[in-house]
Design a binder for this molecule. Structure first.
Ligand code: PMP
Length: 350
């Protein structure tokens, strides 16, 4: 730290992303990426013509992307905001709507508490139930920014649409942000409720189901007024936040959306296959609606399981938080990757 850093940032504990090792090739089941490459339409769109165009700025209004998303989700283009990864929307939401404090679960996406600290927002951390479920009653009438990942990460458990609606309707004077990063793998999206509730902000990403983690592309669906607020912050910080190649990739991905829907189906099948095999080996496996499983075994500590798998070239995500340190989060990859993961797991347990 330099002696110039503002005092308000010196105590900030930054978010630590999952490992992205460059030392050797792992079977990478640690950051919930897709095992499938982007669609052919994306490979064609990000071509040398588009690279030549990099001398020009990207479209700050993201017109093409918004129109395509509006068509798919059957909302107006002005109900859509696009961002440089969905982390950027989370950042803006805490910046813009957290004045009266924020509430989120104790076990959830680790970035929420970092954003809250960054903006000096009081956080009400609401513990998950014993079985890691979210009790919706604990979020009624809080009158502050509420942030819920649905499905939650790293548990994979989801809340039903009617429970989400009760949370949104009981907090009409504050923004309720539903982070749907993993919703395409079996959860129920709530974006249809935006016409009914002007306080609902739904956040999605191209990083998981649409195989574009490295392109950095996220989007939000909300009332026109909330979208305008996000635009205001973007145009006050970084108007060209999405580069040309990512814009082209995003539009092209949406043109071949069926490919991604089919991939999600395969991931769900692989998830069920992996969950059953792990249960047969004695693991407890939390029911997941996401592209990962949250698992633990009585036969080996969470840390040992992670370390031994890493030695064998398979990377999963270990968390140090006391409540979940015996668990690991395993991203669902291709069938072949999951077979190798299971084979190495059996070797370790034996
Ligand atoms: N929300 C959740 C729950 C996540 O797990 C992630 C991925 N780390 C994100 C948001 C951010 O995704 P991205 O910035 O890649 O869109």
């Amino acid at each position: 730290m330099s002696r110039f850093l503002d005092e308000k940032f010196s105590a900030l504990k930054e978010y630590v992303p999952g490992e992205q090792p460059r030392d050797k090739k792992y079977i990478k089941l640690n950051t919930n990426e897709s095992p499938f490459p982007p669609s052919v339409s994306v490979l064609e769109a990000v071509n040398s013509e588009e690279v030549k165009n990099l001398r020009l700025y990207s479209d700050p209004s993201n017109k093409a992307l918004k129109e395509k998303l509006a068509e798919i989700y059957k909302v107006g283009p002005d109900n859509i905001y696009v961002s440089n990864g969905s982390d950027d929307i989370l950042n803006f939401a805490f910046m813009a709507f957290g004045d009266r404090g924020a509430a989120f679960p104790d076990i959830t996406y680790g970035f929420y508490k970092v954003f809250a600290k960054l903006y000096g927002i009081d956080s009400q951390i609401i513990p998950l139930e014993e079985d890691f479920a979210i009790d919706e009653n604990k979020y009624f009438g809080l009158d502050k920014l509420i942030v819920i990942a649905n499905p939650n990460a790293p548990t994979g458990l989801s809340l039903s649409l009617d429970k989400i609606e009760k949370i949104v309707s009981s907090n009409k004077n504050s923004v309720v942000l539903i982070d749907e990063a993993y919703v395409d793998f079996g959860g129920e999206s709530c974006y249809n409720l935006i016409d009914k509730y002007d306080n609902l902000l739904v956040v999605r990403t191209f990083s998981k189901s649409r195989s574009l983690a490295g392109a950095r592309l996220g989007f939000a669906i909300a009332s026109k007024e909330i979208i305008k607020d996000l635009e205001k912050l973007k145009f006050s910080t970084n108007p060209y936040d999405i580069n040309r190649l990512t814009q082209a990739a995003g539009v092209a991905a949406l043109e071949q959306d069926d490919y991604y829907t089919a991939n999600c189906k395969k991931i769900i099948e692989n998830r069920e296959f992996t969950a059953n095999a792990l249960k047969e080996m004695g693991f407890s496996v939390i029911d997941s609606d996401a592209n990962f499983l949250f698992v633990k075994s009585d036969k080996i500590s969470g840390l040992d399981f992670y370390l031994k798998l890493k030695e064998k070239g398979v990377l999963i995500r270990h968390f140090t938080d006391e409540r979940i340190c015996e668990y690991n989060r395993v991203t669902i990859g291709s069938r072949e990757e999951m077979e190798i993961f299971l084979e190495k797991t059996a070797e370790i347990l034996n």
